[in-house]
Design a protein around this ligand. Sequence first.
Ligand SMILES: CC(C)(COP(=O)(O)OP(=O)(O)OC[C@H]1O[C@@H](n2cnc3c(N)ncnc32)[C@H](O)[C@@H]1OP(=O)(O)O)[C@@H](O)C(=O)NCCC(=O)NCCS
Length: 216
Amino acid sequence: MTDDILVLGAGGHAKVVIELLRAGGQVVGGLIDADPTPRQVLGVPVIGDDQRLEALREGGYQFAFVALGDNLLRRRMGRHVQALGYQLVNAISPAAVLSPSAGLGVGIAVMAGVVINAEARIEDLAIVNTGARIDHDCVLGEACHVAPGGVLAGEVHIGPLAFLGAGCSVIPRVRVGASAVVGAGACVTADIPSHTLALGVPARVARARPAPEASS
Ligand SMILES: CC(C)(COP(=O)(O)OP(=O)(O)OC[C@H]1O[C@@H](n2cnc3c(N)ncnc32)[C@H](O)[C@@H]1OP(=O)(O)O)[C@@H](O)C(=O)NCCC(=O)NCCS
């Protein structure tokens, strides 16, 4: 058995995650990527694609982090590695400020400069990106992503798989539905339905988005 962490993904998000895990004193043993060409990312070797996950689990890896920016893929792979017996770890920057009453799931990324306030809940596989501010009693659903600089006032609910682009702001008690996408710089002043794209200030629904398959 090893305490080293297996990271799924080898792109820009994985780079940030490797540094977050290292900052927390953890060792990233290898990367799994759809492109298994041997190479290194920040000194960590790519050791195969997801076909190797089972053998690596049997070989002693027990901890994994899914560093894939695509929300749906991150959720799918998170569930897959858990089914294989991996434990999902969190990657939380020491430069983030987390309320002691905030609730955290597993497999979540919290980047530098983030503030998460009292009794907010961050569900499994969510990304709270650089400098985002999540105020009291917010709920961030499974595998959602608040991009850099997002500001969520109190009691905001973000549905599973939703994506809030860079610099979004959301006023108190608003709900953003499952798999909704909010464009960069939008100001959300009213509920955004699930599976829609919303843009602008104030944010307006621009179009519908296809719902993910029920099994995803
Ligand atoms: C909203 C978004 C998802 C739309 O992407 P898209 O579907 O590929 O849209 P396009 O780039 O083809 O643009 C379509 C139209 O929407 C407009 N538009 C794009 N993004 C917009 C935004 N954030 N706010 C307002 N209008 C926007 C474009 O100007 C274009 O207008 P036009 O048809 O009049 O020329 C994308 O622009 C965006 O904001 N992404 C956020 C990225 C981000 O924050 N990433 C962080 C990663 S950590």
